[in-house]
Design a protein around this ligand. Structure first.
Ligand code: HPA
Length: 266
């Protein structure tokens, strides 16, 4: 971690990011709009080499509406075969860089039948169905405690700010529970039925590892799901990654507007 931080600080000098943003599938373009310093994951000591297509895989540092922000353009997914340590290492890095608030975004399927592709959902809580936990292993006491509380992972204060912002911008939103699966296969209709019974509203393959680690190291978290499709069995349609990307593309302007305004209000 020391070499990770000194490598990054050498590039960003006195810049101390206070807000972190993880940009989900199809939403990475947001980071292209600013005068920024970018550092590829592949060159950062301690970051795993990434080979995902379609994701740029870099940290982007920019001042946005007078706030110092670090964005992850592309993330490590567990389904790619990365360890939970690799998936969450960037969050620990953000903590060490000074980040106090983390906005985690993702593309997700609608478990609730009243949700529609194109909706935005503020995450109120999650269900970890990944079958593992990013904090397994020796605890780093400099980051957090061995048995961290998870009663308030998603800051109510941030959700309230997000709700105000969405209302001001006339953007419809939902609030709900995000269920995380490992992927990469999408769910079966029976699994989605089960997630619904368990109280899930949206389903996806990311976010929960990063949210657990952020909460563990006392970073305030706001989670935003872009509902890109009906989950399996919720509609007659079969699922495809193309639909996920197409819907994310369709909502990206609204999403950008929301993020920009949120940043100035945090
Ligand atoms: N399931 C899991 N992950 C997803 C989905 C889905 O329906 N849509 C986008 N990411």
């Amino acid at each position: 971690m020391d070499s990770t931080i000194s490598y990054i600080k050498d590039k960003i000098k006195e810049f101390t990011p206070e807000i972190g943003i993880i940009l989900g599938s199809g939403l990475g373009e947001f980071a292209d709009n600013f005068n920024s310093v970018s550092i590829s994951y592949n060159e950062i000591p301690g970051f795993e080499k990434s080979q995902v297509q379609g994701h740029k895989g870099r940290l982007v540092f920019a001042e946005i509406n007078n706030k110092k922000v670090v964005m992850m353009q592309g993330r490590y997914h567990f389904y790619e075969g990365y360890s939970m340590q690799t998936v969450t290492y960037p969050v620990k890095t953000m903590k060490k860089l000074g980040v106090k608030t983390l906005i985690i975004t993702n593309a997700a399927g609608a478990v609730s039948s009243e949700y529609k592709p194109g909706d935005l959902m503020f995450i109120t809580d999650h269900i970890n169905f990944m079958g593992t936990n990013p904090l397994i292993g020796k605890n780093d006491d400099s980051l957090g405690t061995r048995f961290p509380d998870m009663s308030r992972v998603y800051s109510e204060k941030l959700i309230t700010i997000a709700e105000h912002t969405a209302k001001q911008l006339n953007i419809n939103y939902r609030k709900g529970v995000y269920v995380a699966t490992t992927g990469p296969s999408y769910e079966t209709p029976a699994e989605i039925k089960m997630y619904k019974l368990l109280g899930g509203n949206a389903v996806g393959m990311s976010t929960v590892p990063e949210a657990i680690v952020a909460n563990y190291c006392k970073i305030n978290v706001l989670g935003i799901s872009c509902i890109t499709n009906y989950a399996s069995g919720v509609s007659d349609k079969t699922l495809s990654h193309e639909e996920v990307i197409d819907t994310a593309e369709r909502i990206k302007e609204r999403f950008k507007e929301l993020l920009l305004n949120l940043i100035s209000q945090i």
